[in-house]
Design a protein around this ligand. Structure first.
Ligand code: NA7
Length: 548
């Protein structure tokens, strides 16, 4: 299956032959790096195109102040290499972005990955060519590259989205979207800073900026339910113990619902006494990480009354932590229950609102009318700022696909295929898009993402290896396979409260036309079930796919 760089076809240009590879991977984040490694081991020629100038994907772009894991560092690293596990020391339970970026650079160096990665290379189009059975990839610089397989490693949260606001380009000071943060340090000392957006990113940014800024004004449209992160340093002895426990820890992550360390409690909320329930909530609130979200009572995200009970608990915590009760009430979500959107984890986030130099503006009450040269204007007042931070999130899950002109059989556009919501087979393939495999595409299990990525990559590698071993050059999902999987994803997600709420989980983005209707964008069943389904397909020789 090795490429034949010297062969010329009608695709070649006057400028010379179009480079050919067995596989092209878009993105050098956690999934792209591992996919490159696996395919190279299979003997394939691989080219990775990466828009950034370095590896890391999410952890390359999101260098905003306070950016860090909300999953335990040691559960978030790659598990495929014992040597890598042994040599890498995490310094905090929840690694800050610079450390994670260093880790991914270390991985790229260790496995000599850079020589197959082209940096500063933005893919603008991908077009299926039926006769040669290959994908033609066009970069922003106009160059073309071809490969039998196209693997998208473009991430579910990688297309930053600015808000739709009048005058957005008129502000004279520095302004940044959190996912396009500059590499040079940004000094907030004494500055009047605005932050727009209070999702997981906004919460991390706010608690960091508040430490040094002159004043901070937070523009909140929807409050989110936040819970304490309880980060801490990892000393040498603890790291040794973590390393010794890796096999058991990864085995455990394989068994949990969404690959986190935390396990759903088998009890239902009202099976226990009021006192027991309160004590359990208190315990979870005092523990590290996502336990309060994914290790809570089993009915918390399906039974509205159970959900109301935990929401009430967290609301009481907010009232205790925020001194001004008018502000506290504004910080308590009213339109969704605890855990039905992504729970931002925080370190003294609520206490930020007790600082005299911090102001919360509820923009549902007083909407932003325009960004101005000197700040912004709401329906109630004009604000002057030195800096504006947009923590307004992403065109999630399908956005990174929409931003590439992907065309399959007969020029069919992926964006059109997915009007009304994504349709996939196992979240990996799409009908009419042969030889295109998606890593962390729509309809896959997200959860603790690197755990899902490793499985996803291994499965795709298995499929490509199978094709190579059997002399097959084309693979496509069937219409029936796509319909069945898409319906399965819908059914599994039915009854889950988070699928009844507007958020990026449900494909909603107020800043993008056509993304105002909820769709089932992600697989919300358990990761073990997802893997069992995919494993069965592989064990059966991929009969559910059209192979030729
Ligand atoms: P999120 O979770 O999508 O949050 C974006 C925030 O920005 C949220 O508070 C939005 O309010 C707010 N937003 C978006 N557009 C506007 C406009 N036009 N005006 C005012 N406020 C706006 O993105 P994050 O980056 O925080 O997190 C995404 C994921 O990345 C996160 O879940 C982690 O898994 C990592 P809204 O709620 O829409 O009213």
């Amino acid at each position: 299956m090795a490429a034949s760089p010297s062969a010329t076809t009608s695709a070649d240009t006057l400028a010379g032959p179009v480079p050919r590879y067995d596989a092209i991977v878009i993105g050098a984040g956690i999934s792209g790096l591992y996919q490159l490694h696996r395919l190279r081991r299979l003997g394939l020629t691989v080219r990775v195109f990466e828009t950034g100038t370095g590896v890391g994907g999410t952890w390359y772009w999101n260098r905003y102040p306070g950016a860090r894991f909300d999953s335990e560092s040691y559960s978030y690293g790659y598990s495929f290499s014992k040597e890598l596990l042994e040599e890498w020391d995490w310094t905090e339970h929840f690694s800050p972005q610079p450390e994670t970026e260093r880790y991914l650079n270390h991985v790229a160096d260790k496995f000599d990955l850079r020589r197959d990665i082209q940096f500063g290379a933005r893919v603008v189009a991908a077009t299926w060519q039926e006769a040669p059975r290959e994908w033609d990839i066009e970069l922003a610089d106009g160059s073309h590259h071809r490969a039998r397989f196209l693997i998208t490693a473009i991430g579910p949260l990688s297309a930053p989205q600015m808000p739709r606001l009048a005058g957005i380009d008129s502000f004279k000071g520095p302004s940044f979207h959190t996912a396009r943060w500059p590499k040079e340090p940004v000094d907030f000392t004494g500055k009047r800073v605005a932050v727009i957006g209070t999702g997981a990113t906004g919460v991390q940014t706010i608690q960091e900026v508040a430490k040094t800024c002159g004043s901070l004004t937070i523009f909140q449209r929807t409050p989110n339910w936040c819970a304490p992160l309880h980060n801490g340093k990892i000393d040498a002895a603890e790291m040794r113990a973590i390393k010794d426990g890796y096999p058991a820890m990864f085995a455990h992550c394989r068994e949990t619902f969404s690959c986190f360390l935390h396990t759903t409690d088998p009890r239902a909320t009202f099976e226990v006494s009021d006192a027991e329930r309160e004590a359990f909530y208190e315990k979870l609130y005092g523990e590290r990480g996502f336990g309060i979200w994914v290790g809570n009572f089993r009915d918390m995200l399906t039974d509205p009354k159970a959900n109301a009970a935990i929401s009430d608990f967290v609301a009481r915590k907010i009232r205790q932590r925020v001194k001004d009760q008018t502000v506290a009430e504004k910080l308590i979500p009213r339109n969704h229950g605890f855990g039905t959107r992504r729970v931002p984890l925080e370190t003294k986030y609520y206490e930020v609102y007790n600082q005299p130099n911090v102001t919360l503006v509820d923009i549902k009450e007083t909407p932003i009318e325009a960004i101005t040269a000197t700040g912004l204007r709401t329906s109630a007042a004009d604000f002057a700022f030195d800096m504006i931070v947009y923590a307004t999130g992403f065109d999630a899950i399908t956005g990174s696909f929409d931003r590439i002109d992907i065309r399959g059989v007969d020029g069919q556009r992926l964006k059109d295929t997915w009007t009304g919501g994504p349709q996939t087979y196992l979240g990996v393939q799409v009908e009419d898009f042969p030889n295109m495999m998606m890593l962390m595409g729509p309809h896959t299990a997200l959860g603790n993402i690197p755990r899902s990525i490793e499985y996803n990559v291994d499965w795709v590698t298995g499929l490509i290896g199978h094709m190579r071993d059997h002399g097959l050059t084309r693979v496509e999902a069937t219409a029936e396979g796509v319909a069945t999987w898409t319906e399965h994803v819908r059914k599994v997600g039915a009854g889950l409260l988070s699928n009844e709420v507007n958020s990026w989980f449900t494909g909603i983005n107020s800043n993008i036309d056509g993304k105002q209707t909820r769709v089932i964008a992600r697989y919300s069943g358990s990761a073990p079930e997802y893997r069992a389904t995919c494993d069965a397909v592989a064990a059966g020789g991929y009969r559910e796919l059209m192979l030729g």
